[in-house]
Design a protein around this ligand. Structure first.
Ligand code: NAD
Length: 367
C-alpha cells in the first residue's frame, strides 16, 4: 500500500501554534515507529482568504478530497468578522464537511484522571469517563427545506424543516454500530420519537441496522432525557448516536463534563474511498482563540488527540493511538499544565511548545 497521506490545514489564530506540536508528534511516529506519512500543508479560513480571497481554494479542496486524512487547526478571528457571509473563514470548514460528505461526527468525551477536578460535576461522576457521541452532520434541520422567514397573515414566520431519509439515518447508525463493536458494544440512540415523526423513523432505522450487529446492546432514549442522564450519570453510556440538532447540543454538553476546551478532539468521517479508508477530517473542538493567539499559551492536546483519532480511525493504528493517549495521560499525571488547565495551588503554566515537548518525551519513554 502507498504511504498514507495527510493534508495539514492549520488555519488561523492558535491553529498554527497547536498544529506545530502535532507535526512534532507525526515526525516522532515516522522516526521511532516507522509510521511514515506523506504530509502536505495548505491554507484554510482567514489565512486562505488573505491569499486567495476565498476561505478555501478549489485547489486545496481537490487536495482534501484526495488525501487519506485532513488535519485542521481552527479558523476565524476578529479581523474577518465583517466579511460577507459567503467568504467568512467558517465557510471553508463547512465547504470541507459538505463536499467531502462527512456525515458522521465523532465527539469523544473522555476524562483524564489528572483533570477530574476540572469538571463542573463531582469527581466520582466523571473520573474514568469514556463516551463517544456520533452526531449526524450533513442533514436534518440545519439543511432541510423549506427554510426561511416568510410573512403569513401579516406577521413573520420563521421556518426550518427537520428532514431525514432512511439512507441518511442508516449510514450514521452504521458508523455508530461499527464504533460500538470496537468499544464496549453498547449503543444508545437518542431522538424525540414521542413528538417527532422523523424521530419515529430514526428509531425504526436504528433497530433495522441493529439486526446486523447482534453483539451490540441497543437502547433508545428521548433526547431531553439523554441530556439529563448525561449530567446525572454519564458513565452509563458507551456510544451515543443522534441527529444533527440534538447531537450539536448533546456533544457540547458531554464535552464540558471533562473540563477544558483545550482537551477536546473530534473526527468527521464519510464514506470509504477506493483504498477502504473513510473520507476523514480531524480537528480540535475549540476555535482560533484570538484572545491568546500568538502568546504561546494554547493547549495543543485537543489537536494532538485529534491526530490520535486519525491513527485509530483512518490508519488502523489503534495501539499507536493508545500509546499517544497514554503519553498525554502520563504528562498530565506528572503535573504539566498549560494556562487553561491551571487551578491547583503552586502550579505554574507551561507553554504550547513545552507541552508538545513533554508529550514527545513521554512517547520516547514509552518505547
Ligand atoms: P474559542 O474556542 O476560540 O475560544 C473560547 C475560549 O476558550 C477562549 O477564552 C480561548 O482562549 C479558550 N481556548 C480555546 N481553545 C483553547 C486552547 N487550545 N488552549 C487554551 N485555551 C483555549 O471560541 P470563540 O472565542 O467563541 O471563537 C473564536 C473564533 O474561533 C471565532 O472567530 C469563531 O468563529 C471561531 N471558531 C472556530 C471553530 C473551528 O475552527 N472549528 C470553532 C469555534 C469557533
Amino acid at each position: 500500500m502507498s504511504t498514507p497521506s495527510i493534508l495539514i490545514l492549520p488555519g488561523d489564530g492558535i491553529g498554527p501554534e497547536v498544529m506545530a506540536e502535532v507535526v512534532k508528534v507525526i515526525d516522532w511516529f515516522g522516526d521511532k515507529r516507522g509510521l511514515k506519512f506523506d504530509v502536505s500543508h495548505d491554507l484554510v479560513g482567514g489565512a486562505a482568504y488573505d491569499k486567495h480571497g476565498a476561505p478555501i481554494s478549489d485547489e486545496t479542496m481537490e487536495k482534501a478530497q484526495s488525501v487519506d486524512a485532513v488535519l485542521l487547526g481552527a479558523v476565524g478571528g476578529p479581523k474577518y468578522d465583517d466579511l460577507d457571509f459567503s467568504v467568512k473563514p467558517e465557510r471553508g470548514l463547512l465547504r470541507l464537511r459538505k463536499e467531502m460528505d462527512l456525515f458522521a461526527n465523532l465527539r469523544p468525551a473522555q476524562c483524564f484522571d489528572a483533570l477530574a477536578d476540572f469538571s463542573s460535576l463531582k469527581k466520582d461522576i466523571v473520573a474514568g469517563l469514556d463516551i463517544m457521541i456520533v452526531r449526524e452532520l450533513t442533514s436534518g434541520i440545519y439543511f432541510g427545506e423549506p427554510r426561511g422567514i416568510f410573512t403569513e397573515n401579516n406577521e413573520r414566520v420563521g421556518i426550518n424543516t427537520q428532514r431525514y431519509t432512511e439512507s441518511e439515518i442508516e449510514r450514521a447508525a452504521r458508523a455508530a454500530f461499527e464504533l460500538a463493536m470496537k468499544r464496549d458494544k453498547r449503543l444508545c440512540s437518542m431522538e424525540k420519537a414521542n413528538v417527532m415523526e422523523s424521530g419515529i423513523l430514526w428509531r425504526d432505522v436504528v433497530n433495522e441496522v441493529a439486526v446486523d450487529y447482534p453483539e451490540v446492546e441497543v437502547s433508545h432514549m428521548y433526547a431531553d432525557n439523554g441530556a439529563m442522564q448525561l449530567v446525572r450519570a454519564p458513565k452509563q453510556f458507551d456510544v451515543i448516536v443522534t441527529d444533527n440538532l440534538f447531537g450539536d447540543i448533546l456533544s457540547d454538553c458531554a464535552a464540558m463534563l471533562t473540563g477544558s476546551l483545550g482537551m477536546l478532539p473530534s473526527a468527521s468521517l464519510g464514506l470509504p474511498m477506493a483504498n477502504g479508508r473513510p473520507k476523514a477530517m480531524y480537528e480540535p473542538v475549540h476555535g482560533s482563540a484570538p484572545d491568546i493567539a500568538g502568546q504561546g499559551k494554547a493547549n495543543p492536546i485537543a489537536c494532538v488527540l485529534s491526530f490520535a483519532m486519525a491513527l485509530r480511525y483512518s490508519f488502523d493504528q489503534g495501539d499507536e493511538a493508545t500509546r499517544l493517549e497514554t503519553a498525554i495521560e502520563t504528562v498530565l499525571a506528572g503535573g504539566a499544565r498549560t494556562a487553561d488547565l491551571l487551578g491547583e495551588e503552586g502550579v505554574t503554566a507551561i507553554s504550547t511548545t513545552e507541552m508538545g515537548d513533554k508529550i514527545i518525551e513521554a512517547l520516547t519513554a514509552s518505547l
